[in-house]
Design a protein around this ligand. Structure first.
Ligand code: AMP
Ligand code: MN
Ligand code: MN
Ligand code: MN
Length: 277
């Protein structure tokens, strides 16, 4: 089964509308897709309809931003959720409105770093989105010629410790798990190797996630080496978590990997989609 259970449309910070994401996935040979926009579910109906047209299997998904400890954030993917579940809908709405205030603070920080106009600029890039995030700021800075590409903007301006970074309170792990489980979904730790935390901290986070009822972690992530995939596979086995496959596609030319381009899942892991399809 070629599965890709993590990608974004322009509902959040992807570049393509939901139906185009689905058509591109199908063209790339994806057989099971989940759309997992940041902190919103409003692209799922369009994506599901497109998946039916293309004849591929589809799971309703979301990627929830959470805070853990002092100023560390993690992303939790919910799969097989019910997008109408009240607590989930309300919780995501609260995260999105928190993003608005954060965007104002990011723009102020960038202004102090000598880059004016970033709120209006990022908002323009977020015109079709229901959220505003750092990717929209990054696209504005690229457009202004301040950096050659989005990755460089993150490295110099938006990553933690850089001038345009501002601390923020997201949801808690407990809340994200309650919303995902309350809506009938399973919870997956997104891209475990991409957080700026030590291996020890990552293990502590995974242990707490498991203890609180989390079910799975991404193991086969877009653009990961097979060495890294095997390292994540042994973490999944150690903690008794199921494994997911995830491109985290955001758009042509702006992503670690294209839709469906993920390494194979190592043997001996339980695929998270086993009980979902
Ligand atoms: P936010 O949710 O607003 O904090 O933004 C996080 C998003 O920024 C991620 O989902 C990616 O889309 C993007 N992002 C984070 N770090 C990088 C990076 N180093 N290069 C490119 N995009 C990044
Ligand atoms: Mn993103
Ligand atoms: Mn993420
Ligand atoms: Mn993502």
């Amino acid at each position: 089964m070629r599965a890709d259970l993590h990608c974004h449309s322009n509902i959040s910070d992807g570049l393509l509308p939901p139906a185009e994401v689905v058509r591109r996935a199908a063209a790339n040979g994806v057989e099971l897709l989940a759309l997992t926009d940041h902190d919103d579910v409003s692209g799922l109906a369009e994506a599901r309809a497109a998946a039916e047209d293309c004849g591929i299997a589809f799971l309703d998904g979301v990627e929830i931003s959470i805070s853990w400890g002092e100023d560390t954030s993690f992303h939790i993917v919910g799969l097989g959720i019910d997008p109408r579940h009240r607590a989930l809908v309300d919780g995501l709405a609260a995260i999105r409105s928190g993003r608005d205030g954060r965007a104002v603070r990011i723009a102020e920080a960038l202004r102090e770093a000598g880059i004016p106009g970033a709120l209006a600029g990022a908002s323009r890039h977020a015109e079709k989105s229901t959220i505003i995030g750092r990717a929209h700021f990054a696209r504005y800075l690229v457009e202004q010629g301040i950096a050659p590409d989005v990755k460089t903007v993150f490295d110099h301006y938006l990553a933690k410790g850089k001038p345009g970074y501002v601390p923020h309170h997201w949801a808690t792990l407990e809340e994200a798990l309650a919303w995902i489980h309350g809506s009938g979904g399973v919870a997956v730790i997104a891209h475990p190797a991409r957080y700026r935390v030590s291996r020890d901290e990552l293990r502590r986070f995974i242990a707490e996630f498991k203890e609180r009822g989390g079910e799975a972690m991404e193991v086969a992530c877009g653009a990961h080496s097979m060495d890294l995939v095997h390292e994540l596979a042994s973490l999944a086995r150690h903690f008794g978590l199921m494994a997911s496959s995830a491109s985290d596609f955001h758009g042509p030319g702006e992503s670690y990997a294209d839709l469906g381009v993920v390494p194979p899942l190592p043997e001996g892991l339980v695929p998270v989609w086993r009980d979902l399809i």
